[in-house]
Design a binder for this molecule. Structure first.
Ligand SMILES: *Cc1c(COP(=O)(O)O)cnc(C)c1O
Length: 320
């Protein structure tokens, strides 16, 4: 299966190739003599933005190939993943269902309201039940052979799109960088489950380095998860080196940015004209900024940041 998914003529590869790669006009990067580029994967699709588009792509193909009755997944009230999955289900005429943590609130988050409007069935579960069910779904589709992906006609995509097909999808963005940007450059991305990081690094060449900025407070099994997916989707002889960078989570997952981070957010958007989401890409650029201040990169270095999208999540926060 791996070989057939490395077919560079497929639609995903072609769309990834067309994603703009822009030189960012940014004062602090200029001061550090850093050539900062941004790959605009937030623009890859109008409704499924950023890395969720990539991570769902082969999963959707697989669900169709298995003639799944519906696609099921899990997530929280502001989940970019559920939002993208609901949009995909509506576009492609596939039923979707989501397990959502907690009781159904009197008024849904903007994210879940969209999802429901697009036809996604929302099943609200207690935290306990959520943990059991969401984990079962994830385990079935991460470890299993293809047949295991289907549980009672339902194709399971784990929370965050964290499975092998998700990593292979995001790998296509790595392939596109390899085609479009042959010069030496570190590639930086925000990390939640690490699926995207694993895929990206796997499809880049051995001379390169991919830095994943974790948005989570704890380290947990993240390193192991990335290593496992990376080896599973690395083509023979390929694969960049990758690393995780901790400490720029800004208070933890989904937290409102505190004063310093909020003012960085505002200044950055005014300075560069690039709009960030508060959960992922804000943390990424905050991390790059901090490293640049500490002269982590030599003068004249080139850095490519991936804008992994997620802008729909801005609706849950006070934004600049
Ligand atoms: C989900 C998401 C990520 C994290 O991707 P992982 O593959 O889970 O590490 C990064 N950025 C945005 C905008 C996301 O929505």
């Amino acid at each position: 299966m791996l070989d057939s998914l490395l077919n560079t003529a497929d639609e995903l590869h072609q769309r990834a190739l067309a994603v703009p790669l822009e030189r960012l006009n940014c004062r602090w990067a200029q001061r550090a003599d850093l050539a900062l580029w941004v790959r605009r994967d937030d623009l890859i699709d109008a409704s499924l933005s950023g890395n969720k588009f990539y991570k769902l792509y082969y999963n959707l193909q697989q669900a169709r190939a298995l003639a799944a009755r519906e696609i099921c997944s899990a997530g929280g009230a502001w989940s970019n993943h559920l939002h993208a999955l609901a949009a995909a289900g509506q576009q492609q005429g596939i039923a979707t269902r989501a397990l959502v943590r907690g009781e159904r609130p009197a008024s849904l988050s903007a994210t879940l309201a969209d999802a429901e409007r697009w036809g996604m069935q929302l099943d609200f579960l207690s935290r306990q039940d959520y943990r059991t069910s969401a984990r079962r779904g994830s385990k079935d589709c991460q470890d299993g052979g293809q047949a295991d992906l289907l549980v009672d006609g339902c194709y399971w995509v784990p929370e965050g799109g964290a499975n092998l097909l998700g990593a292979l999808g995001m790998g296509v963005a790595g392939w596109a960088i390899e085609q479009r940007f042959p010069a030496a450059a570190d590639i930086c991305t925000a990390v939640g489950t690490g699926t995207g990081l694993a895929g990206l690094a796997a499809r880049l060449s051995p001379g390169r380095r991919v830095l994943g900025f974790s948005v989570l407070k704890g380290e947990g099994t993240l390193g192991r998860d990335v290593a496992r997916l990376y080896s599973a989707c690395r083509p023979r002889g390929g694969g960049a080196c990758w690393g995780l960078i901790h400490g720029f989570h800004g208070g933890g997952y989904g937290r409102s940015p505190q004063a310093t981070l909020a003012s960085f957010w505002k200044d950055f958007e005014q300075d560069t004209g690039l709009v960030l989401d508060p959960v992922y890409t804000l943390k990424l650029f905050w991390g790059i900024y901090q490293l640049a201040q500490r002269h982590y990169w030599p003068r004249g270095a080139q850095v490519i940041a991936i804008h992994t999208g997620g802008l729909q999540g801005r609706r849950g926060f006070d934004c600049p």
